[in-house]
Write a protein that binds this ligand. Structure first.
Ligand code: AMP
Ligand code: TRP
Length: 327
């Protein structure tokens, strides 16, 4: 029996190189060894305001990106979170055992709720990590491959699983995270102290996977660098380190090999080389995205949901029985 992995991305904003290098790139490899489930988490996306038409487009786009990046629907199940209503059902149940202080300490909640003022933050945003725990626990997930920013949420999923098991008897697998050192934290191009993010204030923070060549070149040209002129990979030069990381991950070279390639050259040459590397990687990806029709992706999503639904139904049945619900 293969071990199961589960992961997801929100269809909010533009997917960027951080999402690819921190998450999707690893999923493509992991699907060879694991029983894999990848979700487009639309219920999570609406914890902050979304335009319905754009949400619809982005949900389809995220699924196309999964496919274009190499997620194989024959090997992995790809589906839309809201197609399986058991996610919200389990989230409600887990809400009753999650504690207010453990949600209050979540850094993502603190960051996101501060953005527009705590008064306007939705209750959905507050309980977002509980829904994420439900996503994971519903499918007997053993491993959750994500970027570093999600570790605190996975810790909560582990705590809730253990708490439920202790109270009601063995029901959930306590999941572990999987993060790959390289790529787990791609930083913003405009500020290497903050992660590259879909919800960044400036579009110069990220390279979207769908950015056209001109935009990519412009953004790399504008990317902040550190003082000095040599291309060296070190912690004292966080902006350059981040750019070298991106280069290294996209061209499958070590940072040392990148340093060597640009020995004696300056930032101009390095940035041109980096922009070339990104364009060479994204162009074929974008062509593959463009070649997938909406009808094709909707069919794959429906089949994905059909594949995972029995697991979710079974788990909710078990949970309801344990709680003392009349079934
Ligand atoms: P999100 O964009 O919040 O839906 O994140 C989707 C996935 O991408 C999660 O596994 C994140 O941990 C990962 N991710 C998002 N931003 C970054 C980043 N800047 N560096 C590495 N991984 C990231
Ligand atoms: N919260 C995750 C993010 O923003 C997305 C997500 C939702 C997720 N449910 C999940 C990731 C379950 C892994 C497993 O990145």
């Amino acid at each position: 029996m293969k071990q199961r992995i589960f992961s997801g991305i929100q269809p909010s904003g533009n997917l960027h190189l951080g999402n690819y290098l921190g998450a999707i790139k690893n999923w493509v490899k992991l699907q060879e060894e694991y029983d894999s489930i990848f979700c487009v988490v639309d219920l999570h996306a609406i914890t902050v305001p979304q335009d319905p038409e754009i949400l619809r487009q982005k949900t389809i786009e995220v699924a196309k990106i999964y496919l274009a990046a190499g997620i194989d629907p024959e090997k992995s199940a790809i589906f839309i979170q809201s197609h399986i209503s058991e996610h919200t059902e389990l989230a409600w149940i887990l809400n009753t055992i999650a504690k207010i202080p453990e949600l209050e300490k979540m850094t993502q909640f603190k960051d996101k709720s501060q953005k527009n003022g705590r008064e306007s933050a939705s209750v959905g945003l507050f309980v977002y990590p509980v829904l994420m725990a439900a996503d994971i626990l519903l499918y007997n997930t053993e491993t959750v491959p994500v970027g570093e920013d999600q570790l605190q949420h996975i810790e909560l999923a582990r705590d809730l699983a253990a708490r439920f098991n202790k109270k009601f008897g063995e029901t959930f697998i306590v999941p572990k995270h999987f993060v790959k050192e390289e790529g787990m934290r791609i930083m913003g191009l405009d500020d290497p102290r903050k992660k590259m993010s879909k919800s960044a204030a400036s579009e110069y923070n990220y390279i979207a996977l769908t950015d056209p060549e001109e935009t990519i070149r412009k953004k790399i040209k504008k990317a902040v660098t550190d003082s000095g002129s040599e291309i060296i990979y070190c912690d004292d030069k966080p902006a350059l380190k981040n750019l070298i990381n991106i280069h290294s991950l996209l061209t499958d070279q070590t940072p040392a090999e990148i340093e060597k390639m640009y020995a004696g050259k300056g930032y101009g040459d390095f940035k041109n080389g980096l922009a070339d590397a990104i364009v060479n990687f994204l162009k074929p990806l974008q062509e593959r995205i463009g070649a997938i029709s909406d009808a094709e992706v909707l069919d794959i999503l429906e089949k994905g949901a059909a594949k995972v639904r029995p697991i979710a139904i079974q788990k909710i049945f078990d949970v309801k029985q344990k709680l003392g619900f009349i079934i």
